[in-house]
Design a protein around this ligand. Sequence first.
Ligand SMILES: [Fe+2]
Length: 401
Amino acid sequence: MSVLQLSTENYQNVAIRDIKLGMFVVAVTKQKGDIHFKPGMVSSEATCRSLQSMGVLEVKIDLSRSKHQQETLLENPESNLAPEEQEQEILTTTEKTELRKRAQKLYAEAKVLQTKLLNALKNGEVVDIAPIEAMADEMVDSIFKNPDAMVFLSRIREKDTYLMEHSLNVGMLLANFGRFLKLSRQTIKELLVGGLLHDTGKIMVPDEILHKPGRLTVDEFAIMKKHVEFSVQFLDKSEGISKIVRTVAANHHERLDGLGYPRGLKGLELCLISRISTIVDVFDALTADRCYKKGMQATQAFRILLQGGGTQFDETLVKKFIKCMGIHPTGSLVKLKTGKLALVVESNDSAPLQPVVKIIYSTTGKHYLDVKVIDLAKTPTEEIESAVDPKEYGIDIQKFY
Ligand SMILES: [Fe+2]
């Protein structure tokens, strides 16, 4: 920051082009023309732009009142996110298989731990968060090494263990989204823990409401909504819960337009962490199979999120989420134009419509094929026609992983 000059212990002069979110501006030190200025924190990119357009050239900031990046994530919705290009390690097929096996083992262990946690809470026992934290660390490592494997696992689910799997999946998808947004490793880990613990309050909701097929009555919905408060109460009683974890639990049902619950927060009251939590929570809920409904395909869920973009959800973040997941996320089944069914096993960030797939079934011949992995980006004869529901063809995708 070449233009920074230290003026007093707590103040710095900052050129307008170097202004960052979270900085607390106390005065304008250089300007063009006449301006009206009010001291305050730079809480969004829009504020930066408006200072520039007002003719502000340099400002004085108060360091003691400015926020660090971690706090900024919780207070500013339009965080100064880095570009999305990811530097991914290039892995051999054997290394990928090895990582996939490890991810699978980790996921199985995580399910056991998550089930234990929910049972302990149900029995009113004191819960130790430490094992969850340790598991989150390992899962974040796995997400960094092979995000596809973790996303794939989140797409496989059994309907009777909804709460456990939903929490685990929201955790993994949040962490993966955090990786995509280039948030810090610590933030990613806290997002994962936040996902694991965000719905713990649901164990206090009676089963007949929690698992009710069809619409809840107004009274039942009022009880269902209480799960957020119960989750927060549980977290507040536990030691070492970070602000990020608490925010995921407290705000994952809030909506940008203020029509969410429990507090009806809206617009700028919802920070980046809250905004990404709502998107991931809704995506996982829509794509989940329940005893009373079939889960949607990812592409349908993306459409719903896009429809709510700008009203219920942050539109830019919805688009980033879709980019992060890939139009056909790992673990989806697709139909190729040649009539073959293929499982998406690896995403392709630069060409999202051309992932690496495993061909498994012929819809014309109605029989399984010898499994063959092809990279659609390198196979011009094969092209995705649409996403399909594995249940439509009675295919258990887990067998082909
Ligand atoms: Fe929830």
